[in-house]
Design a protein around this ligand. Sequence first.
Ligand code: ZN
Length: 342
Amino acid sequence: MVGNKNPVQRFFFMNFITQTVENSILENTLCQDLVEMKFLLLVTMITVGLAAEGGDWTYGDQSTWEGDCNTGTRESPIEVTGADKIVAYKDRIIFPAKATVKVETAGLKTVQLDFVNPPTFQMPSSWPVGHTKGLQALQLHMHWGREGEAGSEHFFMGKQFDGEAHLVCRNLDQEDDTAGDAYAVFGVLLEIDDSSIDVGSLNLLNILKSETTDFDFTQVYGEIRLSNMFTYEGGLTTPGCDEKVLWHLCSVPLKVSTLLMSKLRELGGSDYELNYRDLQPLNGRKITHRFLGMPYSTPEEEEPQQCDVDCYAAEQNCRWTNTAVESFPSILLLLIALFSLF
Ligand SMILES: [Zn+2]
């Protein structure tokens, strides 16, 4: 279990809800048929290779993990304590609506949802991955801790959350499977809160109970999470810990039920009670905070300074709308809400 929302989480949430809403339309993905054929084989490989797969290794003795695990320099997970760079982007990230999944646990050290027909989606033109040919969602799997204990892989500001979901995507812009940005993983922290469960938690539970086979992206990877992420260059969190992942960590956790976490442990089986890797050294890597928003100038500047992408707060003297007072749309929404009460 973890406690209530800390100040950092509150900031991120406020940051999100006060962003200027835009009406940009994501470009359609091109040549998807060709791309899907090309990567059909890769899907099978990745399904086996990127989850917490079976084998001789255990979570109890991570010092013996082979591959890059104990020799690499850009390993995962890490603790996020802030950002070295701030990037605002103006085009919304839109994932597919729904996709059919199949629950897999056999031979794995996780519970994994494999996409039957891996969907492809395009990232904004300013994004470091998937902006040309797109990203292809391969599978989603979960990490957790012992009952009553935290089990996320990434930490935020000193806090380990109850669990973590990883959506593993192939970067179709990158043909080299071993390149540092060959994959993009979207991590969502899971936080047990039975009093305010997110609908995405119910969707996941129904899938695990086989009451539905459709994973609803919008309930887990909707705008609230895709509009506010931290990215860094890292690797797989299971042996051989290949360093070929651009990590995306959503700053807004998913509120889940105790029942969902119990179901994960039940399906995971008795071989292991937890399945998260220990924190790895940052080794000087830079963390980027990316969010959908419209930057504006500091008060001392006469003309607003617009910088849609790669706007370094320190270098370009930009700031962002992050309080209700500074955000006109938020004030408008607040007034509408107040009037609606009378
Ligand atoms: Zn994972």
